[in-house]
Every structure is written in structure tokens, then in C-alpha cells.
Design a protein around this ligand. Sequence first.
Ligand code: ATP
Ligand code: MG
Length: 601
Amino acid sequence: MRLSQMLWVTLREDPADAELPSHKLLVRAGYIRRIANGIYAYLPLMWRVLQKISNIVREEMNRSGAMECLLPQLQPAELWQASGRWDTYTKAEGIMFYLSDRADRQLGLGPTHEEVITAIAKDMIRSYRQLPLHLYQIQTKFRDEIRPRFGLLRGREFIMKDGYSFHTNEASLRETYQEMYNCYSRILKRCGLDFRAVEADSGAIGGSGSQEFMILAEAGEDQVLYTEDGLYAANVEKAVSLPPEPVASSPTEFRKVSAPNTATIETMAAFLQVHPTQIVKQVVYQAVLDNGKTLLILVSIRGDQTVNEVKLANEVTKRAPHYGAKTLLALKVSDGEAQKQWQRRPLPAGYIAPDLSDDYIDNCPDVIPQFLRLADRTVVDLKHFATGSNEMDFHVVGANWGEHFPLPEVVDIRLAQAGDRAVHDPSQSLIAARGIEVGHIFQLGTKYSQAMGATFTDEKGEEIPLVMGCYGLGVSRLAQAAVEQSHDQNGIIWHVAIAPYQVIITVPNITNTEQMAVAEKLYQALQQAGIEVLLDDRDERAGVKFKDADLVGIPYRIVPGKSVAQGEVEIFTRQTGKTANVAIEGVVAWLQDAIRIALAN
Ligand code: ATP
Ligand code: MG
């Protein structure tokens, strides 16, 4: 492609709305243009990158036995009502764009395709003989994200590869799941990315597992905890670890102590001379359930620890049916203002004990009149601990479960942290890193098939629900994550496998007929050799062209400059910054070699 004929505009200034280098660079280098919040046009260079990535994805998915298809983006509300997700997706989470047609029937724009694919499976899969089966598509998804940001990393319209597999049993699902793990690893490796697969939160449905593929980058929205030995890596939302051992420091005799102005763990610990690991603190959460009820949760956790709100949300969701609800809509710490909505009288803030009375909850129809009381595992084995007394300015010390307070239901709702000891090997400690989630593989089980009645007949002639897996990979997010991971102050540094073009010929002076002749000759020869080449034949100063070439990040740059007089050109490698002088006749072979080696690595 000749740059003089392309719609290509580079910017010297960073776009005002961009925070991340990758976002700034993609806009400045002419890859994307913002059309509205979270909505971008993929310009020709970007589209080539996206197609390169899609093709790698396609090759690896096909290799693993999945079959490509294309599902509708317009999805009837009935399908989502059947799975029970219409209200959550359109109202509660509000992530789905939806609309009405001329006959007033409601439709949603696909944020994901479990419903559509399950409807097809219900219709078409009859027998175990048709299984296992794995279908995937590469397509634009729509999500009305609360905070679209970071360019393509969190868009409202973005490209995803989503695949769905169907099985007769869990063992078959696990096989495909493992194959997808390998498949995603191959894809990311081929794209030249530094990544880590981590254990991920699967929500309340649990299932036997889900993993996320993280591109390691400082700008990542996700935190990952891993061990040096490579045996453990998890999203912090899911991570487990051993907390530090408690430091015995509390008086052994139970008594109430006057302790004014010690409503925080630090002040309380200092005043009582008790280590934070010997304190049981109470945190009040409030949850909104999908039946409109508010549930108050009294969490007891060790003083030095933090509540993991994802784990807590899962515990609450599991218990939703107990309160006549299907699911949880929102969860937050209930402090100050929030408490006023439900308390009968002011709570002893900072002095709450595990047995805080339900009497504090006012008589309102929308509020469940009892606390859900949960204790994190960290408090179970504490002896002679300090905690609140339910009376302002008084704490208790020397307390024991069963003796002074009933032990609430015990769950794991603690946030693992960098520095904690690993469960599999306490001599290893957890290390933190940041990542951009580009893929998520998930063992769904029978959640959708059961809800939507998608069954098959097994060998014994029994009709049972299909066992399902689903596998997402963000194609457009991956493209930008690659830039986030590989750039310098001058611009993007694409890996050859996903670069829009492999080579750019930058002619320093297009009025120099000798330079132009060599450039044209190489341009033709490279194309004939199947190498993807851009010819910068624009009537611009050499300095501008070099800057643009760095910015756009093409892996190899050929410069037919002064050395053409000696029958040579310079070839600059963007990744290494090295320049080689290569005989004009040898350029094609030199590049073929370099590209082959880069793609093999
Ligand atoms: P996130 O937690 O980042 O919102 P998610 O858990 O909602 O992601 P999935 O529903 O698992 O994501 O979607 C599969 C993949 O699609 C993700 O791993 C990610 O790569 C991509 N993806 C999800 N949401 C977006 C978005 N708003 N913009 C771009 N890519 C996205
Ligand atoms: Mg999301």
C-alpha cells in the first residue's frame, strides 16, 4: 500500500481524553478514531491488526476442533427471559442495550451469546451421539459499560471471540476446557504477548472453575497474585492465602474496658495494647436483592484483614433464595448516610460486637429484619480476642467464641494480599502484578441448559441437561493490550505476527529518482514475495516520515538513502533499534529470514 493514497493522519498531540500510552498511541498513529464515548472507528491500519489477531484466533480455535459460526446480534427478549437474565441485564446491571421493534417486541443487542447458543442447542441437539460440540464466533459485542474508558480496553462496542461447548458430562467439559487453556496460551504466545493464566472468580454459580488470561501491564485494571515457583496465580478477587499468624497479646480474662476515641483498629490496638491480629472487627454491609429487599450483613473478620467484596457477594448470592430472591443486585459497606435508611437507633460505630442486636434494624417493609451474620475463617481460632461491646467507647478483651459470643456462620471472605504465605507452600509468598484481562474460560455446567430446557438423551435413554462451557477472548482489547505492553517514547512496537504491515519503505526524498527507483523496485519485489509492505511515498520531509514510521510501529523499515549509490539500503528493526546495511538484491531474503525467525519465537 502506498501511504500517499491512504487515509492516514498522524497527530503530534495526545488526545485529551486518553490516559494510557496505548490509547494515546493508537489515536495519534492513525489506528482508531473516537466516534462517541466507548465507540471507536477502526481505521484501515487497525482493521488489519484486528484481522491478523482474528486469523490467529481462528487458526488455533479450528485446530482445537471448534467450529466457526455467526450468531445474531439482535436477540429477542424472550430468550433472556427464559434464562432469567433479561431484568438483570437491562435494569439491574443495565449492561445490555435494548430496544423495541415496530411491533413493540423487545430486543437486546448481544453483550454475550449464552442464550442464543443454548436455544440453538435445545433445538438441534437430541442425542449424546452429537456430543461434544464446540461453536465459536468472532463478532462485535455491545455493552453499556458504566465506565467505558481506556480506548479499546473498555469499549461499549468491541470485538470478541466467544465460544460455547456442549457435553454429556463434566469430564468431557473438563477436556475441552483444558484444550481451550492450551489454545488460548498458543494464541497469546503467537501474538507475542507476555501473559499469565490465573484462577478467576466464577461468581456464585461456582462450577469447577474458570481462568482468566492476563496480559501483564502496569495499567491493567486487574490485580493478580502469584508465587515465584509458578504453581499459583489468581485474580485477587479469587485468591486464597494463609494470613499471618495471630500474635498472642490479649489479656486472657474477659472484661469490658473503657476506651474512648478508639473506633479504628489502630487506635484500638494501641490503646488496649492488643495486636490487630487479636481483634475481631465487625463490618456492616448492605445488599440489594432482586426482589427489592435490602439485606444487612454483619461481617466479623480479623482486625488486620480486609473483606474481599467479590467473595462476600458470592456468599450473599448463594443465600438469596433464602430471602425469596434469585440474585444479588448491589453490595456496599453500610456507613453513615446509608445506615440512616434502615437503623432504628444509631449504631455503636467502631464499637460493634459480633452479637449486635437485630433490634437496630428498623421496621421497614423493604428491609429484612435480621442481620445475615458471617465470620471470616481468620477469626475462628482466635482465643481471648478483643472486640466491640455494642456500647460506644467500650471494647471487650479476653473474649472467646461460644463463651462470650456465638460464632457466626464461617466462610472465606478475606482479601488475600501480596506478602501473604501461599496455601500450597507456606514458604512461598504471594507477589502482586497488574494485568489486562483478555480472555476468560469458564466451566458453566448446566446453569443455562437447565434454565432453558436444553436437554439430550444419554446412552440409557434418559433426558438430561447439556453440560456447557464458554470461552471469551477480547480481540479488540487484546490489540490495544499488545500496544500497552510493547511501546516506547517514540511509538508502537508491533510484534510481526500482528503488525498491520511487516515492512515500511521510507523514502527520504521522493524527488531523488535513484531513491524512488530502488524503493519502487523493492516495493514490487516484497509484494511478490508475499511480504506485507507500506511505501511511504508522501511528499514530506525525511524527519517527519521517520517520526511517523516509529509512531506507527511497523517492525522493519527500509531506507533507500545515500547508500543506494553503493547498491545498499538500510534496514532498521523497530524492536531492537538496530540498523543493518543490506545489498538491494539481498533485501527480500534478509526480511524473509527475519520475519520467519520472529514468527517462530
Ligand atoms: P471485565 O471484567 O473486564 O468487564 P468481563 O468479565 O465482563 O470483563 P467477559 O464477559 O468474560 O468479560 O468477556 C470476555 C472477554 O471480552 C474479556 O476477557 C475481555 O477481553 C473482553 N471484554 C469484555 N468487556 C469488554 C469491553 N467493554 N471492551 C473490550 N473488551 C471487553
Ligand atoms: Mg465486564
